[in-house]
Design a protein around this ligand. Structure first.
Ligand SMILES: Nc1ncnc2c1ncn2[C@@H]1O[C@H](COP(=O)(O)OP(=O)(O)O)[C@@H](O)[C@H]1O
Ligand SMILES: Cc1cn([C@H]2C[C@H](O)[C@@H](COP(=O)(O)O)O2)c(=O)[nH]c1=O
Ligand SMILES: [Zn+2]
Length: 206
């Protein structure tokens, strides 16, 4: 019996939340106590996680959803974790949790909290499942996800269908609006999934 960390990564529209929800449904069938968290920074869906499908007319529709508790900061994370009993802890959109000093820190408070929980409960069946973007629009590692991949027991890297050429190798989220900030909440109007060949890196401002 030991604690374990599973990480699901890939670009936008690769089915990360879909995969996360499928794992959580199975855990619920097995009568496991499931807790779902997500960063308050994600203003797209508040109070739940949702997978969506892109419709032929270009809009998105929610295909499945589960209730989630919003995490504002490290203090609220530990409050939720300490007040609740769970066998499975799931966190979606974890790329939004910040790093302390981007050049030196690879886990941030969130990654360190996950590592601490896994250590403290190493003799239990605790399962932590994290989903998020491993890479931002500029092909840079995103938040604590790459650090979490390093300490994970199991990693799934998903691909989407390239929105330019239709190949199944969509590996990056291409940003269609002009904005240099790393964190820009958005959906089908702001981002596409593209393969390496159809991806162009953003132009640096002179
Ligand atoms: N080019 C595409 N057009 C339409 N749907 C796509 C495309 N590429 C991937 N998908 C599908 O969109 C869905 C996105 O699921 P979701 O869980 O919301 O993704 P994520 O959390 O990774 O953004 C998946 O079912 C995926 O197979
Ligand atoms: C590439 C990229 C994405 N984001 C934002 C856009 C969305 O709100 C989420 C990703 O959602 P999904 O469930 O994976 O579809 O992240 C961002 O802030 N910066 C980026 O570079
Ligand atoms: Zn392509």
């Amino acid at each position: 019996m030991t604690s374990r960390l599973e990480v699901i990564v890939g670009p936008m529209f690769s089915g990360k939340t879909e995969r996360l929800i499928a794992k959580l449904h199975r855990a619920q069938y097995a009568k496991k106590r499931v807790r779902i968290l997500k960063p308050a920074h994600d203003t797209r869906t508040q109070g739940y996680i949702a997978s969506r499908a892109v419709m032929p007319d270009g809009t998105t529709q929610i295909t499945d959803q589960l209730s989630a508790v919003m995490v504002h900061d490290e203090e609220s994370f530990w409050k939720i974790v300490n007040l609740n009993k769970f066998d499975v802890l799931a966190i979606d959109e974890a790329q939004f949790f910040p790093l302390d000093t981007p050049m030196r820190d690879s886990l941030g408070w969130f990654g360190r909290a996950i590592r601490r929980l896994l250590r403290e409960r190493r003799n239990t069946d605790l399962r932590i499942i994290v989903a998020g973007l491993d890479m931002d629009f500029a092909e840079e590692p995103f938040g604590p996800i790459p650090g979490l991949l390093a300490i994970a027991d199991n990693v799934e890297k998903l691909t989407g269908v390239c929105m330019i050429c239709g190949s199944d190798a969509g590996y990056i989220s291409y940003r269609m609006i002009s904005d240099d900030k790393q964190l820009v909440v958005g959906d089908i109007g702001e981002y596409q999934v593209r393969c390496r060949s159809c991806y162009e890196p953003p132009r640096k401002k002179p």
